[in-house]
Write a protein that binds this ligand. Structure first.
Ligand SMILES: *Cc1c(COP(=O)(O)O)cnc(C)c1O
Length: 241
């Protein structure tokens, strides 16, 4: 088990390096986040001990169940799943960043709880760049006004944009939803609404394409930890709840 994870992790690191080389990107500009839903803490620990420092969970329950082990390890935990407003308070106990900010009601609740805690939080705005009904995230057209609004919440540090690209067997079909996230960022820059935004995109299947399209953070699960019960064919964020 340990050897498998380290072997896979090295492969993923190699894929990232190669993709950077091919697209003339600096590898220092592309971080790896371990996507750890359904992965037991002991397995995550192996990747952390091998030098990884970022992980993302999709469920509050899993954050809580793995906390005993993970809280003592040098890893930053992000939330990357759909976040229900009533879970905000609990999730904030474990994470330093929420990558799935996708609606004002969630920003409101985060702001309220963060004010009580007298703390700030890093956030990524999730965008549904593939326009699939099975995915959460703001419609691309809504992002500019959304960011204008949440900029006024002093508890939220807007770190970037996140998307789950369209997964397909054909590369040509996967590229547009990745490219669109960068286009949106460029619009935000052009309007002077925000600067220095990271793009969180790319997973096991499309990390090379995402890096070519400007990703600053790839979120990888399957290629490191193996297949989850959930098959790629039925990728649907709603099923992850
Ligand atoms: C599961 C998940 C990933 C990783 O997907 P893999 O195909 O297993 O690499 C990335 N981002 C989000 C939001 C996820 O839920």
């Amino acid at each position: 088990m340990e050897n498998d994870i380290i072997f896979n992790l090295n492969e993923v690191r190699h894929r990232i390096e190669e993709a950077c080389k091919v697209s003339g990107r600096n590898p220092a500009d592309v971080q790896l986040l371990l996507a750890t839903k359904t992965v037991p803490a002991e397995k995550i620990r192996i990747a952390i001990e091998a030098g990884e420092t970022l992980m993302g969970e999709n469920k509050m329950q899993e954050l809580r169940d793995k906390d005993d082990i993970l809280k003592n390890l040098p890893v930053e935990r992000h939330f990357i799943g759909h976040l229900q407003t009533n879970k905000v308070k609990d999730v904030l106990k474990y994470v330093t960043c929420i990558q799935s900010l996708d609606r004002i009601s969630l920003a409101d609740e985060l702001h309220k709880q963060l004010q009580k805690l007298n703390r700030k939080l890093d956030v990524f705005v999730q965008v549904n760049t593939s326009y699939e009904e099975s995915k959460f995230g703001l419609a691309p057209e809504e992002v500019l006004s959304f960011i204008k609004k949440i900029k006024t919440y002093e508890t939220l540090n807007i770190k970037g944009l996140m998307t789950i690209g369209l997964l397909d067997v054909e590369k040509e079909k996967m590229i547009p939803s990745l490219r669109l996230l960068k286009t949106i960022r460029d619009e935000i820059y052009a309007e002077g609404i925000a600067s220095d935004l990271k793009l969180s995109m790319g997973m096991s299947q499309d990390l090379e394409l995402a890096i070519a399209e400007g990703s600053n953070m790839v979120r990888v699960g399957t290629s490191i930890f193996g297949n989850r019960f959930l098959g790629k064919e039925i990728w649907n964020e709603n099923l992850l709840e």
